[in-house]
Design a protein around this ligand. Structure first.
Ligand code: PLP
Length: 373
């Protein structure tokens, strides 16, 4: 069986350093809000290029803290509309709706799988847009800069795209995702490109006021122990995860390059005419290839065929977010117009193994795919 992803493999490769890092934290006797977190935040802000970084508990909390931070700053308020791509992991929607704002589901592009910047359902009530760099594909455009100028916040869901970058002619040279909009959220969920050995996340931003309020909110609303200026939460990353992530982060460039080579190999080998392969960016962007996602009109049959031939696949995602039971008939989620492409993608997308497969296995997978009719 070729597994979809084997977390043991990638973590085993770094075993001595991970054990050394864990031992250092255990011996230190300092487990929360210590030197590992500060160092990780410095490494992360230089990786992303952002002025500020706050290490937090999860990717979902990173998104929530950005929204709650803007609420504290008086920039967002209950009921404000936030545009979110209908084809994303549910956490993007939950971040909006759990903070009392209204999520507006928008359709996506069938080749990039992301929001279509010139077809956004922007209204007078739109106060923010969450650009999700889905599957590691940077979703950016000069239109986001224009909308930002008009006072709309552009929040990046960078959960799947750490290390990716975008360049826009006439606007900016290559800039990392997480440093494109007003603020970005990273997830270090174990299966992400850089995974912790548990839950972890981070907020990146160039906005000093936001960074400060996010840090406070994540720490009971206080910056001085036992003095609470805000009604906050406990959304901190712990020292152990920070130490482990410090071992993994220096490899982000290699990991993406490796995945890019595998994507190119799949692209050159898959010739089944019914398969639609994912677009490979030709505009100077760097894609993080969190997933390699193909489409087929009879996706479920293809998946079964691959399974019978010992190849594991996944579906990201089988149900468009606006069709999730929690949102059916729930006024916290709105839609303007059709979400036809997102709904079709839910029926057609199939993620092939990319994380821990060898070139030989990719050849094998492509051969099986090409023999499917
Ligand atoms: C993983 C993910 C999240 C949430 O991250 P967690 O660390 O699991 O909370 C949010 N958005 C997207 C697009 C994700 O893939």
């Amino acid at each position: 069986m070729i597994p979809f992803q084997d977390l043991k493999t990638s973590n085993s490769a770094l075993m001595p350093e991970l054990i050394e890092a864990a031992g250092r934290v255990i011996r230190s006797g300092w487990y929360i809000n210590g030197p590992e977190i500060r160092e990780l935040e410095d490494i992360l802000s230089s990786e992303i290029g952002s002025k500020y970084c706050v290490a937090v508990s999860t990717g979902l909390d990173a998104l929530r803290l950005i929204i709650l931070g803007y609420k504290e700053l008086g920039i967002l308020k209950d009921g404000d509309e936030v545009i979110v791509p209908a084809n994303t992991f549910i956490a993007t929607f939950l971040a909006v709706t759990s903070c009392g704002l209204t999520a507006v589901a928008a359709d996506v592009d069938e080749t990039t799988f992301c929001l279509v910047p010139d077809k956004l359902p922007v209204t007078a009530r739109t106060k923010a847009i969450i650009s999700v760099h889905l599957y590691g594909n940077p979703c950016w455009s000069h239109i986001f800069h224009d909308l930002h100028e008009k006072g709309i916040l552009i929040i990046e869901d960078n959960a799947q795209a750490i290390g990716a970058s975008s360049s826009i002619k006439g606007f900016h040279n290559s800039r990392k995702t997480g440093n494109l909009g007003d603020a970005g959220a990273i997830s270090f969920y174990p299966a992400k490109n850089i995974g912790a050995l548990g839950d972890a996340g981070a907020v990146t931003t160039n906005d000093e006021a936001l960074a400060k309020v996010v840090r406070q909110l994540a720490n009971y609303g206080s910056s001085e122990k036992y003095h609470n200026t805000l009604c906050g939460f406990n959304c901190r990353m712990d020292e152990l995860q920070a130490a482990l992530l410090k071992v993994k982060l220096p490899h982000v460039g290699e990991i993406i390059e490796e995945r890019h080579k595998k994507a190119i190999l799949y692209d050159s080998l898959i010739s089944n005419p019914e398969i639609i392969r994912p677009a490979i960016a030709d505009d100077g962007a760097i894609q993080a290839w969190h997933q390699y996602v193909v489409r087929h009109p009879r996706r479920d049959e293809l998946r079964k065929y691959l399974q019978e031939n010992s190849i594991a696949t996944e579906i990201h995602y089988p149900v468009a977010c606006h069709k999730q039971e929690c949102y059916i008939g729930n006024p916290i989620l709105k839609t303007y117009g059709s979400l036809e492409i997102a709904e079709r993608l839910a029926e057609e997308v199939l993620s092939l193994p990319i994380a821990d497969v060898s070139d030989k296995e990719i050849e094998q997978i492509a051969k099986i795919i090409n023999s499917f009719s």
